[in-house]
Design a protein around this ligand. Structure first.
Ligand code: SF4
Length: 352
């Protein structure tokens, strides 16, 4: 592995960061709570998408205390559309732990912070370094990509053991007195210059230190084992409305995919005919004559793809189950729906 001139590398990286860093809302101060929320939101989500959610979330829950006291339903509502809702639930649980066991102060040691729900090695390192300037590694996919190129490391970055190897490299390389800036500079470099495809090596502040560039192999690094393609599932969803204009919706179970979110009832369906939909409506005690096609909704999860045909029906609806409700359009807006079912709601909004 390449021997790095550590001092020069730090200087080149940090000088560039001082001049080029983006003006992001969570960088305005070093409040560990704000940094924590931003880091959780940024997992699997792009910066531009996160910014409005972050402002909205901070308006609603400006302090850790306020978030700890909020109802889960309110927190999920503020997260609606960001996806990966377990992130919001874990964050909510963890801030309650901080309020109860750490007097409302986000812990500043690796041992303590890693015990909080949903705080993995990356988030722990990001909070510790950015908020408290602790020289802890914050290694995510971006940082692994940059380091695998600088040091021409061909190990598979999807393996935990390989992430640990990169963490050791950061511990060796981090500027101890500017840990916050160092980690943010590495993230920024990965996000804006050393991008997955066509890295901008000519503009790169650490090009002199980069072995992959020297060897011309930057485009083939990092090595990452291909994930299995998500499994497609065909669904039929029913938007049932009673004669007073209320819609039948149901709450998902407390655990598992999209736990506790609301949805329009649906079934898995392998047929194109609407016979199974009619039997499903009967099971739901929806007495309707006509089923009209509304739209097709496709939603990709990490392991599944929902291919959902949506139908609307109007009729008498009796005895909703305990997890179901009959609600007006206005009342539906109070609930939290996953993105796929929000698309159905938008369609209803378009109707006069
Ligand atoms: S020189 Fe190119 S490959 Fe190397 S770190 Fe910079 S952008 Fe990435």
């Amino acid at each position: 592995m390449k021997i790095l001139d550590k001092q020069r590398f730090q200087n080149d990286l940090l000088n560039w960061y001082d001049q080029e860093k983006r003006d992001l809302p969570w960088r305005k101060e070093r409040d560990p709570y704000r940094i924590w929320v931003s880091e959780i939101m940024l997992q699997q989500t792009k910066v531009d998408t996160v910014i409005p959610y972050f402002y909205n979330f901070m308006d609603k829950f400006p302090t850790l205390e306020k978030l700890a006291e909020a109802e889960e339903e309110e927190v999920l509502k503020a997260w609606e559309g960001l996806g990966y809702y377990s992130r919001a639930r874990n964050l909510h649980t963890a801030v309650k732990e901080v309020k109860e066991f750490y007097n409302g102060q986000v812990p500043d040691t690796e041992d303590e912070i890693k015990k909080l729900r949903g705080v993995g090695p990356y988030t722990a390192g990001a909070i510790l370094s950015i908020a408290y300037n602790v020289p802890a590694p914050a290694v995510d996919g971006n940082v692994m990509r940059v380091l695998s190129r600088i040091f021409t490391i061909y190990d598979d970055i999807s393996k935990v053991s390989v992430r640990k190897k990169f963490e050791e490299i950061v511990r060796e390389t981090i500027a101890a007195d500017r840990a916050s800036d160092f980690n943010q500079a590495m993230m920024e470099l990965g996000a804006t210059v050393c991008t997955p495809r066509s890295p901008a090596c000519l503009l790169c502040p650490v090009q002199q230190h980069c072995e992959a560039r020297e060897e011309g192999v930057q485009e083939i690094l990092p090595v990452k084992a291909k994930k299995k393609a998500p499994r497609p599932v065909s669904l039929k969803a029913l938007v049932a409305q009673d004669y007073s204009g209320r819609y039948l919706v149901e709450k998902r179970p407390d655990t598992g995919l999209l736990a506790k979110l609301w949805q329009f009832p649906y079934i898995e369906s392998l047929t194109e005919s609407d016979e199974d939909l009619k039997s499903f409506a009967e099971e739901l005690s929806v007495n309707a004559e006509k089923f009209s096609y509304q739209q097709h909704v496709r939603h990709v999860f990490s392991h599944l793809v929902w291919e959902m045909d949506v139908y609307q029906a109007r009729g008498k609806i009796t005895n909703p189950a305990p997890n179901q409700k009959l609600l007006t359009k206005e009342e539906l807006k109070e609930l939290t729906f996953p993105v796929s079912h929000q698309k159905i709601l938008y369609k209803l909004e378009e109707e006069l």
